[in-house]
Design a protein around this ligand. Structure first.
Ligand code: ZN
Length: 149
């Protein structure tokens, strides 16, 4: 394993062990549930909006290290951004983990999310990595349950 991959692994393990924004939101926050039956990942995601801006994002759930770390880092990445910026970041992230679209790993918008670049070599893990993002999209579009199947 290269030093870089090793570093990426450490970031993912850290977020899995101590997920950020790992709590429900109170009040008028919008909420959606995500489920990845292939792996057994489940999460509930809350988004509190202030106009276009995603003022606060929180989640709870259980699943594999990739799904939990991805949810944790997604909340950090989109908090404070506009909905349009969050959608654009999802497109970028999706391209990164699926390898379907060419993505510049140095794109400053990706930031730490680049640690998920290796997921493209494990197609079954793509759903783990994108679950939180699909759930965010569901919450923003009115809240419902999403399943990766
Ligand atoms: Zn998983």
């Amino acid at each position: 394993m290269s030093e870089l991959q090793d570093l990426y692994q450490q970031v993912i393990l850290d977020h899995n062990k101590q997920p950020r924004n790992f709590h429900p939101l109170e009040g008028k926050a919008m909420r959606a549930e995500g489920h990845n039956p292939l792996c057994g990942d489940r999460l509930t995601l809350w988004v509190d909006r202030d106009g276009e801006r995603l003022k606060d994002v929180g989640f709870v759930g259980s699943g594999c290290a990739i799904s939990k770390a991805s949810a944790s880092m997604m909340t950090e990445a989109v908090k404070g951004k506009s909905e349009a910026e969050a959608q654009a970041l999802f497109e970028l992230f999706h391209g990164l983990v699926t390898g379907e679209a060419p993505v510049d790993a140095d794109d400053p918008r990706l930031g730490k999310l680049v640690v998920f670049a290796g997921v493209r070599d494990y197609p079954v893990r793509v759903k783990c990595a994108t679950l939180a993002w699909h759930t965010l999209r569901a919450a923003l579009s009115g809240g419902r349950t999403v399943s990766t199947e």
